[in-house]
Design a protein around this ligand. Structure first.
Ligand code: GLC
Length: 424
């Protein structure tokens, strides 16, 4: 399908409608704090999620940069004094009791969870600065954000190898990804409803963490993943934050750069598999490589220092492989060659096949950075086509382009950034 100018305009208008319609604004019963943010989806996800807001802030740059700043200011109200940043802030909890009781979440407080999410926020701040040149804003948010990254380093890197660990699947944002099945002790059947088994397994983790201080939770080793996507995002944000320190004269850039270098080195020495041409996640204290082909294996493409030889192997052997990731509507959350591949959502859980816009957005910029401009253009074209034909949905069938999951899903509006980049 070729996309006409009128169709692109319709996509832009739809995205703007969603970014406007998903706004939640008010005063919370949580100490009377004011909130004003764009939720992922009013019907399904009415709360504020950490990585969603970081993506939404980037999309909002294409509408009004002041709203991007507002999104992060609201989010950062959730930072705890020790630097812990919860993955969900339940501002308007009482109004959305029904939605809330449907999630399988662990709370640290009546208004926030005890869980993290990928720290995309460094990249968001850098993008806001690039778009506005507003050094004041950077100086305003930097102290809180530095604290969050110090917490991640201190609490989530117990083996001090530079890679941060997640302690339950939701912490990567890739909740039910098949790469976690073995660690979650999920019995694998041909794609069928995995939700009940996942819920039971999640309760096992929650029980192991209950009552334990944050510092001790990763040491339980009931679920410990050094996830490649999470760490590529972490390293990318450390780079961005160091650049922001240098641009605004704030101290601490060297520290962030050293942490980043350590993280990248560990990705290369521990996760890169030269035979398979892939980066594998590491599971448990024993750091066993998890050889499941999800898009995570490609994520180091977002790192500028990745050797051209490795970048080329990721792109040619995997991304452009039509038995794995290069499907009609790439990039699927798991390669089509994996037995768990579930493109049309039979498992009733997420990240087991469908294509997501946040992933395409990161990979688009990674591809461009490594000179794969043609692949990036084609990925952008097919991403725009998805929204043109199926609307602003949570995810899409990578074979048919059918929209799936929540309606009016906010981070899918990252397509605005792809459209603008392609026009430029
Ligand atoms: C789903 C996604 C998660 C996202 C949340 C809110 O649970 O798996 O990544 O943050 O929805 O959109």
């Amino acid at each position: 399908m070729t996309i006409t100018g009128a169709q692109v305009e319709r996509v832009v208008a739809e995205c703007r409608r969603v970014l406007e319609g998903n706004r939640q604004r008010g005063v919370s019963a949580w100490d009377g704090k004011r909130y004003d943010f764009v939720c992922p989806s009013p019907a399904t996800y009415p709360f504020q999620w950490w990585w969603d807001s970081a993506f939404i802030a980037i999309a909002l740059l294409r509408v009004d940069p002041e709203l991007s700043k507002q999104e992060l200011r609201c989010l950062l109200q959730g930072t705890r004094p020790d630097g812990f940043m919860p993955h969900m802030l339940l501002w308007e909890k009482s109004a959305h009791e029904r939605a809330y009781t449907e999630y399988s979440i662990r709370l640290a407080h009546p208004f926030y969870t005890a869980t993290i999410q990928p720290p995309v926020i460094g990249r968001s701040i850098e993008r806001i600065y690039e778009a506005t040149g507003d050094a004041e804003f950077v100086r305003e948010v930097l102290p809180a954000v530095r604290k969050i990254f110090d917490w991640l380093d201190d609490i989530r890197d117990p083996d001090r190898d530079g890679l941060i660990a997640i302690i339950q699947p939701d912490e990567s944002g890739l909740d039910a990804s098949p790469k976690y099945d073995a660690a979650m002790r999920l019995p694998f059947d041909p794609p069928s409803d995995t939700l009940p088994a996942l819920r039971v397994s999640m309760q096992r983790l929650f029980k192991a963490y209950d009552g334990k201080p944050m510092r001790e939770q990763p040491l339980q080793d009931v679920f410990l993943f050094e996830d490649v996507m999470v760490n590529a995002i972490y390293a990318d944000s450390l780079r961005a934050l160091a650049a922001m320190c240098r641009a605004t004269g704030a101290p601490g850039a060297e520290d962030l750069e050293a942490r980043r270098a350590k993280c990248v080195k560990a990705l290369l020495t521990k996760c890169w598999d030269d035979r398979a041409g892939a980066f594998w996640d590491l599971s448990g204290k024993a750091e066993e490589r998890v050889r499941v082909l999800t898009f995570s294996i490609l994520f180091p493409l977002i790192l500028p220092e990745l050797e051209p030889k490795i970048a080329r192997r990721l792109v040619e052997e995997h991304l452009l492989n039509d038995k794995e990731f290069w499907l009609p509507y790439p990039v699927p959350s798991i390669a089509a060659s994996e037995p768990t591949f579930d493109p049309d959502w039979k498992t009733n859980t997420t990240w087991r096949g469908p294509t997501w816009m946040n992933v395409n957005w990161y990979l688009y910029w990674g591809l461009r950075q490594h000179g794969f401009d043609d692949v990036a253009h084609e990925l952008a074209r097919r991403s725009i086509e998805l929204v043109a034909r199926s609307g602003v949905r949570e995810f899409y069938d990578p074979l048919t382009g059918e929209g799936e999951g929540a309606e009016d899903f906010a981070w899918t509006t990252l397509v605005l950034d792809l459209i603008a980049a392609e026009r430029a």
